[in-house]
Design a protein around this ligand. Structure first.
Ligand code: GLP
Length: 261
């Protein structure tokens, strides 16, 4: 796991966009894993800017979102499908239908989850997965206690996650759905490169457990320690509880300039 500590969200967005740009140069048909949440917004802003400037194109790329609330109506503004369209997909040049997400309105949820896994596999798997992290260490919506080998399935949201996300529902906890569909930890681990972004002191404990704690279902993101290519992009506040912070800084500063993340 490579940990990179950067001054601000803009630098995080820029470095992640560099990695995505290099991937699209190598493989214009690349498959991206897309996360919602506030953390990746700087990445999407930078990608949209580069696309508008004509230096990057998603015309042949495909995307798969991580997770979705169960039961939110199709026109609900907080449906993750709507959110990802607004913050990213509609701002770049993806072909129609190139980005898919789990169907939180499916009548047969197990079948929808299996179909989603099959669609990712049929696309050849995810080349680069963008991730945020919850304050309880969840990735996607894999809450503490999730199987470390899980695939896409329905999950019950923890009270803490619903409290964290109530800000998107007018601070009304009762308006936050109780269930979601999420790619499993096993699904996420199948991506070839994982870029996790976190900012702010509220994420510092989760980031510490993810990178430096024991691998445990109690901190689901800690499974990423078993992945061969994870890049963690942090601001100083999110990095503030890391025991090896000086080492991470030295390692990144001494990297050859031609070597990307
Ligand atoms: C939600 C999403 C996660 C996201 C997390 C953190 O629970 N399901 O994918 O990583 O929130 O969000 P934020 O980046 O807004 O703190």
């Amino acid at each position: 796991m490579e940990v990179v500590i950067l001054p601000d969200a803009r630098s995080i967005g820029s470095l992640a966009a560099d990695a995505i740009g290099a991937l699209l140069q190598r493989n214009p048909d690349a498959v991206l894993g897309l996360a919602t949440g506030s953390s990746p917004l700087a990445i999407y802003d930078e990608l949209a800017a580069r696309c508008a400037a004509g230096t990057m194109s998603f015309a042949r790329a495909r995307g798969f979102t991580l997770d979705e609330y169960v039961g939110l109506p199709a026109d609900h503004p907080e449906r993750y499908r709507t959110v990802i369209d607004t913050v990213f997909v509609n701002r770049v040049d993806f072909a129609p239908g190139a980005v898919q997400g789990p169907d939180g309105l499916a009548a047969d949820i197990p079948a929808a989850c299996a179909a989603y896994e099959a669609a990712i596999a049929a696309a050849g798997g995810v080349d680069l997965q963008i991730l945020g992290i919850g304050t309880d260490g969840h990735i996607g919506f894999n809450e503490p206690g999730s199987s470390l080998a899980s695939r896409t399935r329905i999950k019950t949201l923890t009270r803490q996650t619903r409290i964290d996300n109530a800000r998107f529902f007018g601070d009304d906890l009762d308006a936050v759905p109780t269930h979601c569909l999420t790619q499993g930890l096993g699904t996420i681990m199948s991506a070839r490169h994982i870029v996790l972004v976190a900012a702010g002191r509220g994420k510092a404990e989760a980031v510490h457990h993810m990178a430096e704690g024991a691998v445990t279902a109690m901190w689901p993101a800690s499974i990423l320690q078993h992945h061969p290519h994870v890049t963690v992009l942090l601001d100083g506040a999110a990095a503030s509880r890391l025991q090896l912070i000086d080492y991470y800084r030295e390692a990144y500063e001494s990297k050859p300039p031609w070597q990307g993340i």
